[in-house]
Design a protein around this ligand. Structure first.
Ligand SMILES: C[S@@+](CC[C@H](N)C(=O)[O-])C[C@H]1O[C@@H](n2cnc3c(N)ncnc32)[C@H](O)[C@@H]1O
Length: 224
């Protein structure tokens, strides 16, 4: 059975490119994964299909109403799916969570817009997640980030599964620098050790590079 992503969005067409191209497009064609898009505006009951309203207590912008969204969740999402509300004020998404979620039968990603969600929606989800300390216009790009990060860990999505083991974060370190042809690019040459054929020396060099790179770019990762 394929891993199922459900996405609740007011702008489903934003997912057209993701659905058609590259590894996610192929995984959908092969039915390794399924991607179900739900426009919860269809669950609004008034004449204008209203999904947002002014905030109680005043303030700028419009807040997403709980009723159409929760109705949509109840109607379309499988009970076993983990329900994730996307919000800059959630806990931070990372590779560890991606691995954890890749073990589930499916994931539901709820994309906000405008000023975000009525707080009571949080009672109807399993987790509130941010993809980083910045604010996007909407949750769709954040949902695509999560879909890509989780889907590539599922069996059959990536051609060469070995490449996953050596990637950044696989064991708490960033990846080593990679090189390909030409050996000399505008005077910048490939480190000799990579051309030596000495696998033990290459492995040692790569580990040292990973530690150095992590110390330079993300020193906080070494503390863990
Ligand atoms: C303009 S944002 C709302 C920001 C909200 N007023 C705040 O200050 O936290 C609209 C929607 O984009 C999504 N979004 C924006 N930044 C995000 C992030 N860093 N991670 C996950 N979702 C994000 C959320 O779904 C959010 O409800």
């Amino acid at each position: 059975m394929s891993y199922r992503f459900d996405v609740l969005t007011l702008f489903p067409a934003l997912f057209d490119g993701l659905r058609q191209e590259s590894l996610i497009g192929k995984a959908l064609d092969a039915q390794t994964i399924a991607l179900e898009l739900h426009n919860w505006r269809e669950f609004a009951t008034d004449r204008h299909s209203t999904v947002d309203d002014a905030p109680f207590g005043g303030g700028a912008g419009l807040v997403l109403k709980p009723d159409p969204l929760v109705k949509c969740l109840r109607a379309v999402v499988p009970a076993e799916s983990r329900k994730i509300l996307l919000s800059p004020s959630g806990r931070k998404f990372d590779q560890k969570l991606a691995h954890e979620w890749a073990q589930l039968p499916g994931l539901t990603l709820i994309c906000g817009r405008y000023e975000g969600f009525d707080h009571r929606i949080e009672q109807h989800v399993d987790d509130v997640i941010s993809i980083g300390d910045f604010v996007l216009n909407g949750g769709e790009v954040a949902a695509m980030v999560v879909i890509e990060a989780v889907a590539r860990l599922l069996p059959g999505v990536i051609g060469n599964a070995d490449s996953l083991a050596e990637e950044s974060f696989a064991d708490g370190l960033l990846e080593y620098p990679q090189f390909t042809r030409p050996r000399d690019f505008e005077g910048q040459t490939v480190p000799d050790v990579l051309l030596s054929g000495n696998h033990a020396a290459i492995a040692k060099w790569r580990l040292a590079q990973r530690v150095a790179r992590t110390r330079e770019m993300r020193p906080e990762l070494l503390k863990d």
